[in-house]
Write a protein that binds this ligand. Structure first.
Ligand SMILES: O=P(O)(O)OC[C@H]1O[C@H](OP(=O)(O)OP(=O)(O)O)[C@H](O)[C@@H]1O
Ligand code: HPA
Ligand SMILES: [Mg+2]
Length: 182
């Protein structure tokens, strides 16, 4: 069972649900009549993107980008690789990037600079989790769900070697998982 490999739960399903409602309401007010382009960064942001966007009571559009830098492990490779680009032109648009986590900050710095270079009118970042102690470049999210300690996290989109994204909460794995690569 997936659950038996979890050492501790840091954020429960209920807490994620409540926080997504709060953030959704806030974004609804701040982006009323702005028709923001909500950009999900795959794969990790999928569960939070679904949770958040259904709480937004204003017109939005959705698009998707696939980027990767962890390649399965617990350490950033340092190189952000774009696997799939947006279909939508962002020039003149108010863009909201939706992420599961900001850790070293490399992914979001790369994405924010790219979208500003493409002349987006504004680029804001909403992330479910912020791990400020992990930061190696200067960037912050505009809206943060939970600020968590510098441990490797799994669940609600966050993976270890492509597993555990489907956990409905955020937690930390038992050490033996990293040894046996379950
Ligand atoms: O702040 P950083 O250190 O750049 O880390 C954050 C990024 O790392 C993870 O993606 P990953 O590259 O693992 O791809 P995934 O979403 O497919 O898991 C996560 O989903 C963020 O996009
Ligand atoms: O703590 C993490 N867990 C999963 N993926 C990640 N990508 C950056 N940090 C993390
Ligand atoms: Mg990952």
């Amino acid at each position: 069972m997936l659950e038996t490999t979890i050492k501790k739960v840091l954020v429960t399903e209920e807490e994620i649900c409540v926080k997504s409602q709060e953030l959704g309401q806030l974004l609804t007010m701040e982006y009323a009549d702005k028709n923001p382009l909500m950009v999900a960064i795959l794969k990790g942001s999928i569960p939070f993107f679904a949770e958040l966007t259904k709480r937004m009571g204003t017109h939005i559009e959705m698009d998707f980008m696939v980027v990767s830098s962890y390649h399965g492990g617990t350490q950033s490779s340092g190189e952000v690789k774009m696997i799939k680009d947006l279909d939508t032109a962002v020039e003149g648009r108010n863009v909201i990037i939706v992420e599961d986590i900001i850790d070293t900050g490399r992914t979001l710095l790369y994405l924010k600079e790219l979208l500003l270079h493409r002349k987006a009118k504004s680029v804001k970042i909403v992330t479910l989790v912020d791990k400020p102690e992990g930061r190696v470049v200067e960037i912050d999210a505009d809206y943060v769900g939970f600020t968590l300690p510098n441990e490797f996290l799994v669940g609600f989109g966050l993976d270890y070697d492509e597993h555990y994204r489907n956990l409905p909460y955020i937690g930390v794995l038992k050490e033996e998982v990293y040894q046996t690569n379950v």
